[in-house]
Design a protein around this ligand. Structure first.
Ligand code: FES
Ligand SMILES: [Fe+2]
Length: 350
């Protein structure tokens, strides 16, 4: 079974569409195979319901409009509020009597970091908190939003993977002559994995301007967090004091498809480094990751014995251990995982 089919993944918050995009009108999104429509019920207040009108099954996302915060189906004009209740049937005078058949299924939906976050079922955890998101010393630069044929957990684990940068990113900041193998310090997190290390990086022309560092090489002090299940925050500090904090997300459209979203938080200004250049460099890096991640098996085994590992994979193994523990905690039938969890602990401790 592809791990992403496990029902536990329906109990997390995921970022979907940007509030800026929803300001232009209702939009469709698919989350873990559930087709939904999102719109703004009020400024900054997104809503999400199933993308089927209960009347004649038209897609609510097709040519619908927002009227008084309700979504209005374009077929016969019925209106539904953020909770999915039918509020207006234009062909009937007066109030619409409450009727289960008139309703459309709604989902929990909240705004955070400029995106509409959706959770399909009772949430297990809050939306991950990003440290500098409300710090006035930091600006937010939106960088990327695209769909990939990749598994959410592979993409998350890639963020914890220092060993790939010398190879996958040799055109942007890696150096294949000097494979990165820093000492990693793992720090426990309540809902994820965190480690710190220092990595030398190549510093080519565009990035020299973005960092305001002229040398062809520099060094990053790295603090990387994977926050269950789809968020990763890569906090880079450069010798000048510049902080470049990548906030990346891999929202599961299906078990083998994601919406890859990214913005960055920086403690500099537009005059120091134009947002366009900052985003251009990071998008080049993302394209390199995408090529490899779309080539990986969309199945993500928690069973440690199914893949080979090396010492630098310890953060990824810690992530698998965390996920196995979480599933065991909420799914007493998942006993098969227990032995694998023990094995993961042994490998991570070796
Ligand atoms: S199908 Fe939506 S109002 Fe008729
Ligand atoms: Fe990468």
């Amino acid at each position: 079974m592809n791990l992403m089919n496990h029902p536990i993944f329906r109990r997390f918050w995921y970022p979907t569409l940007s509030i800026a995009e929803l300001a232009a009108g209702p939009r469709p999104f698919t989350l873990l195979g559930e087709e939904m429509v999102l719109w703004l019920a009020a400024p900054g207040r997104p809503a999400a319901t199933r993308d089927r009108c209960p009347h004649r099954s038209a897609r609510l996302s097709v040519d619908s409009t927002v009227v008084d915060g309700n979504i209005r189906c374009n077929y016969h004009g019925w209106q539904f509020n953020h909770a999915g209740a039918c509020k207006v049937i234009p062909q009937l005078p007066g109030d619409v009597p409450p009727d289960r058949k008139n309703c459309v299924k709604s989902y929990r939906c909240e705004e955070r970091y400029g995106f509409a976050w959706v959770c399909l079922e009772q949430p297990l955890q809050d939306i991950p908190h990003i440290r500098h998101s409300d710090d006035p010393a930091f600006r937010q630069v939106f960088e990327y939003e695209e769909d990939w044929n990749a598994n959410m957990l592979r993409v998350g684990e890639n963020a914890l993977d220092i060993a790939h940068i010398s190879f996958v990113h040799r055109q942007t900041f890696g150096n294949e002559e000097k494979p990165a193998a820093p000492v990693q310090t793992l720090v426990p997190l309540e809902h994820g994995v965190n480690f710190t290390c220092t990595v030398p990086v190549a510093n080519h022309e565009l990035q020299q301007r973005n960092l305001q560092i002229d040398a062809g090489e520099t060094v990053r002090t790295v603090d990387i967090r994977w926050m269950s299940p789809c968020t990763f925050v890569l906090h880079f500090t450069y010798p000048t004091g510049l902080i470049h904090e990548i906030c990346g997300f891999a929202t599961p459209i299906a078990n083998d498809r994601i919406r890859r979203i990214q913005f960055v938080l920086r403690n500099d200004t537009e005059a120091d480094a134009p947002a366009e250049n900052v985003a251009r460099f990071d998008c080049n890096v993302i394209a390199e990751d995408r090529r490899m991640l779309e080539s990986c098996d969309p199945d993500y085994p928690l069973e440690i014995s199914q893949e080979a590992h090396m010492r630098l994979d310890r953060p990824g193994l810690a992530m698998r251990e965390y996920l196995a523990g979480l599933i065991l905690q909420h799914d007493p039938n998942a006993q098969l995982l227990r032995a694998e969890l023990e094995r993961a602990r042994e490998v991570a401790a070796a």
